[in-house]
Design a protein around this ligand. Sequence first.
Ligand code: 48H
Length: 258
Amino acid sequence: MWDLEISKIIVEEFTEKLKKSLDVDVAIVGGGPSALAASYVLSKNGFNVIIFEEKNEPGGGTWGGGMLFNELVVEEDVEWFLEELDMKYKKTKGFISIDSVHFASALLYNSTKVGTKIFNNVFVEDVLMSKERINGVVINWAPVIRQRLHVDPITVKAKYVIDGTGHPASVVNMVIDRNLSIDLPLGKIREFPMNAKEGEKFVLENTKEILPGLLVMGMAAVSVGGGPRMGPIFGGMLKSGIKIANIIIENIDVEVKG
Ligand code: 48H
């Protein structure tokens, strides 16, 4: 009976995918542009990478461009990456302009094509930690969280966890709530007013490992470092994702205990 077979395929294949994703090299929280760039580079280099995205549609803040004008801008120094991902774009006035839907789709397609597993509708509600390092994440279905259902989560072990949650820097906030001290340059998580040029520089400088096993990238790195926001210019998000991937590639030989 077709209907039953279809249901069986879905349940079996999803279970298989989830089982393979319970012990990974890198768990990325949030499925925005920095996450997709990082996961593309890491997966392409043979790392086992998963992304947890609480929304139905991964892609974060890319889809709407600037003020719903679905066009976004990147700097010319990321042209090589757009080429690698086979994107269509237009060079204009010293910048590159890209249709934001095409940009999001290309990132999603390429990241998943090289092996990243994206779990949408999954909310990361906590981290796994030992005294020495962050060891993974605690996940639940996002609708369970939204409906405030009393349902316990499950855990995922990861050598590295990346906070790619954008402006709120949710993972860093969770870790601070657990009384772990993180060196926040301003003493708290906050952003400053729009300044595209400064913001694009700042995001890269603040893309780093902030605790053993926990890294920040994208707008989360701006919020944690306390820098200016930069609106719909997205080169910094790509460069931040690529930088974090390279940091991990150079340090992956960590032994995770527990
Ligand atoms: C699962 C979660 C959780 C959670 C959040 O905001 P994003 O697009 O992330 P970035 O940093 O890659 O890109 C930022 C960019 O989109 C942007 O907003 C810019 C450049 N702004 C500049 C400005 O001036 O405003 O995506 C983060 C994703 C979202 O899709 C969230 O739904 C998701 O993370 N998320 N997913 N578990 N706990 N928290």
